[in-house]
Design a protein around this ligand. Structure first.
Ligand code: 5AD
Length: 331
């Protein structure tokens, strides 16, 4: 698939044919199984000042928390009880809080005490840090590159270099060489983002040969500079457009693990997550962050917690999956 075909698929009057094609490929590579990964949001403390994110350092109105190691291990134990197989440990970027040694110890504990696979999502980190975590047993790392458009990337990430290699692409390549399964992706609908750059982003996923794809709509946060920016975007913030990107990612990378993301459910709480799965996604990431902390992990406003970790809401989710002929599998 080339850039012209991708742009055609992104702008065709109707996405249904594309979604159907992606479902066929998903069925071939993944059967009817959907992986569940337990998302644990370790802390809302962040050193960075990304213009779009509600947890940016300069947002003094945001309340900050950090979980203790024993609380984190307890969340991983819950993931095991629920038959998930993987926990995703995500946090605002803060190397002083999430030191090389602490994270390595945490990875060892989670693996030894719960047997869960560990996906880390701790932002831009030094090669020696990710090497140590891999050594400790971390299996995967998620780092969205957000956009391949270098000017746009530099505009929304204060301090990011304008020349040389894209820092996040560079880190993803390094981590691939370290033996991680890597996950990359982008936000859709950023002010000033073009359709052409989204086609480039999709092609970049293939070039990197990512194992996981993390992409979702950009949701303006009122307490951020980008949230107040009225610059239009060629890229729609919609469930339909996001689903077209899932479908294209599925066609470009037939074996990738593609979550139907929380931001999609925020756009459409009733149908969002299922429409994601109906367009080629095969992963669901229920939020296992303890209730006391959840409201303070405000990347974007009104982030809904798709599934509380109670048996009854998981039942509702399984019933939803069954309507698409899908079922939860462990892995
Ligand atoms: N809207 C949507 N997604 C966002 N993220 C950060 N801020 C927003 C926002 N306002 C995404 C970024 C980041 C991931 C953890 O959350 O893509 O990589």
């Amino acid at each position: 698939m080339d850039k012209r075909e991708i742009l055609e698929a992104l702008t065709a009057p109707d996405g249904e044919a594309l979604f159907a094609k992606a479902r066929v490929v998903r069925e071939k590579t993944k059967g009817n199984g959907v992986f569940f990964r337990g998302l644990v949001e370790l802390s809302s403390v962040c050193d960075r000042d990304c213009l779009y994110c509600g947890m940016r350092h300069s947002n003094v109105g945001a309340h900050r928390y950090a979980m203790r190691d024993d609380e984190i291990v307890a969340c991983a134990a819950l993931a095991r009880e629920l038959g998930f197989g993987t926990v995703v440990l995500q946090a605002g970027e803060c190397p002083a809080l999430w030191t090389r040694e602490r994270v390595a110890g945490l990875v060892r504990r989670v693996k030894a005490e719960t047997g869960q696979h560990v996906t880390l999502s701790l932002g831009e980190r030094a090669e020696a840090d990710t090497a140590a975590w891999r050594e400790a047993g971390a299996d995967r790392y998620l780092l969205r590159f957000e956009t391949t458009d270098r000017d746009l990337f530099a505009r929304i990430h204060p301090g990011a270099p304008r020349d040389g290699e894209h820092p996040r692409l560079a880190q993803l390549r390094r981590m691939k060489a370290q033996g991680y399964e890597i996950g990359g992706g982008m936000m859709l609908g950023l002010p000033g983002q073009t359709l052409e750059s989204v086609a480039d982003d999709l092609l970049m996923l293939r070039e990197l040969a990512v194992d996981m794809v993390g992409l979702g709509p950009y949701l303006a946060h009122p307490d951020t500079p980008l949230g107040r920016d009225q610059t239009p975007s060629e890229v729609p913030v919609s469930v339909d457009f996001t689903c077209r990107c899932y479908a294209l990612a599925r066609l470009l990378l037939p074996r990738a693990n593609i979550p139907s993301t929380t931001a999609l459910s925020t756009l459409d709480p009733e149908q969002g997550r299922l429409r994601g799965l109906a367009s080629g996604a095969n992963v669901f990431m229920p939020n296992l962050t303890p209730a006391a902390y959840r409201a303070d992990y405000q990347i974007y406003p009104d982030k809904i917690c798709v599934v509380a970790p109670q048996a009854d809401s998981l039942d509702a989710l399984h019933a939803d999956l069954a309507t698409l002929g899908l079922r939860q599998v462990e892995g």
